[in-house]
Design a protein around this ligand. Structure first.
Ligand SMILES: C=CC1=C(C)c2cc3[nH]c(cc4nc(cc5[nH]c(cc1n2)c(C)c5CCC(=O)O)C(CCC(=O)O)=C4C)c(C)c3C=C
Ligand SMILES: [Fe+2]
Length: 438
């Protein structure tokens, strides 16, 4: 039976490898132990350097077990493929844990050092995503399977000057406009290089973060780092759209991979010319750390919270009626003659039909970095959105939200980044090779 995923839309549980390179085994029948799997099917042998054993049950599901003696739960066994047309971590279903890290190249490091770094990083990402254990490993993730680990690499505007590649910098990396409601800290913004790590296990995610930081060596140093989370797989009775820390169902109206125009909106086409040629199959990520003013938000009665967004809190259904997936009826009026979805409601203002069709794929993590001296939580959304061109995605929508979104009094954009995320690496290639060696 197909299930719905907040990022990719309906997901078939029949095919082992989906469009997004996700070996989709997590939603199939769980196998308790290799013994149980063996009764149902066949242990087909070891995969990877960690002595991982894979079991196939009679319904075709695949479970991977550490050491061959014990099956992992399906959360641990799910593997996302590193190589492909697009990098992983864009259409991959939201993971429970995330790290966003920006690096600056070290003084004196240029194109040659950057190429060597991307080669090292790609090799590490491929190894860890396959659940293999690199030599000299820290041991942090021993016993765990790949756990849907993804690692995604991007280049910031400043990377191109540092590497002598300014002529190949796409215009899409021109700085985002300043928005009137911004309270952006430059030290926690932008960066030469950006790495997004996601995994369904916190140790697996941290393990990848450590390995990549070590790989950076003398070539690059961390500029900023942010840690995020989402709901764990299996926490709800059925797969459903995620909630954010305001308690809203968030992600409903994301573009779906099955939409006919999905690729055109999210990925740079093959055949792109000029400075964009190396970006074929790539995408642009806008990253915003958005603090939620939770005390103020939680002081609002539920009905007012719902009018701020234009959707019901319980199930995410539009205030114009229907269920979560019913399209917004922006013209519908209540018995009092007022618009059912208020004219400053967040969902109305951000809807593609209000923005000349501008659309983006939102793939955020929540964050919580402790309680401030004033007693308020430093918590909110690590908003990450993907598009083929930020000027036809994030920018027009944020311009409009900036002018009159009912949500604005309850949030604060505290940092910002824009990164060119090249297409995925083919077997034997590293991410960014077409730029760095082209
Ligand atoms: C500029 C882009 C956007 C920012 C920044 C943003 C921040 C933000 N959003 C929520 C909560 C929700 N957003 C929802 C919908 C929605 N938001 C954007 C864009 C930005 N949001 C878009 C394009 C859409 C889809 C609009 C549509 O097509 O209908 C929703 C409704 C459910 C959904 O469709 O996801 C919620 C809830 C927060 C809390 C937030 C900043 C912290
Ligand atoms: Fe939103």
């Amino acid at each position: 039976m197909p299930v719905s995923n907040p990022v990719t839309g309906p997901v078939s549980d029949g095919s082992p490898a989906s469009d997004s390179g996700h070996l989709d085994i997590s939603r199939r029948r769980l196998l308790g132990t290799v013994g149980a799997a063996g009764a149902a099917g066949l242990v087909i042998g070891a995969a990877g350097g960690a002595g991982i054993a894979t079991a196939v049950s009679d319904d075709g599901s695949v479970t991977t077990g550490a050491g061959g003696s014990r099956a992992l739960t399906s959360v641990g066994s799910t593997e996302v493929v590193f190589h492909g047309r697009h990098q992983p971590g864009i259409t991959t279903p939201l993971q429970a844990r995330g790290h966003l890290v920006a690096f600056d190249l070290a003084a004196g490091a240029g194109r040659k050092e950057a190429a060597a770094l991307l080669r090292r990083w790609s090799a590490t990402a491929r190894t860890l995503m396959a659940g293999e254990v690199p030599s000299g490993d820290t041991g942090i993730a021993l016993d765990a399977g790949p756990s849907s680990l993804t690692v995604t690499f991007g280049f910031g505007r400043t990377f191109f000057d540092r590497t002598g590649l300014a002529a190949r910098r796409p215009a899409q990396l021109d700085p985002l406009p300043a928005f009137s409601s911004d309270a952006v800290d430059p030290k926690r913004s932008e960066g030469d290089l950006w790495v997004q790590i996601g995994a369904d296990d916190a140790l697996v995610a941290f393990h990848a973060l450590r390995a990549l930081q070590k790989d950076a060596g003398d070539a690059a140093r961390v500029r900023w780092q942010m840690n995020g989370f989402n709901r764990s797989a299996g926490a709800t009775a059925r797969p459903m759209t995620a909630r954010n820390l305001m308690g809203q169902v968030d992600g409903t109206n994301n573009p779906k991979t099955t939409d006919p125009d999905f690729d055109r909106r999210i990925f740079v086409p093959t055949g792109a010319t000029g400075a964009q040629d190396w970006m074929a199959g790539g995408s642009y990520a806008v990253v915003r750390r958005i603090r939620m003013l939770l005390d103020d938000w939680e002081g609002l009665p539920r009905e007012r919270q719902e009018r701020v967004i234009g959707r019901r809190k319980a199930d995410g259904a539009p205030l114009s009626g229907g269920s979560e997936t019913t399209p917004l009826d922006l013209d519908k009026r209540g018995p009092d003659g007022k618009l059912a979805i208020p004219d400053n409601a967040h969902a109305r203002i951000s809807a593609p039909e209000q923005n000349g069709g501008a659309a983006m794929l939102r793939r955020p993590f929540s964050f919580h970095d402790g309680i401030g001296a004033d007693g308020t939580p430093d918590a909110g959304l690590l908003f990450v959105c993907w598009q083929a061109d930020p000027l036809r995605g994030f920018v027009p929508v944020q311009r409009k939200l900036d002018r009159g979104d009912a949500l604005s009094p309850f949030i604060r954009h505290e940092s910002s980044g824009l990164f060119a995320v090249p297409g995925g690496a083919a077997e034997g290639e590293y991410v960014g090779q077409r730029l760095l060696e082209g």
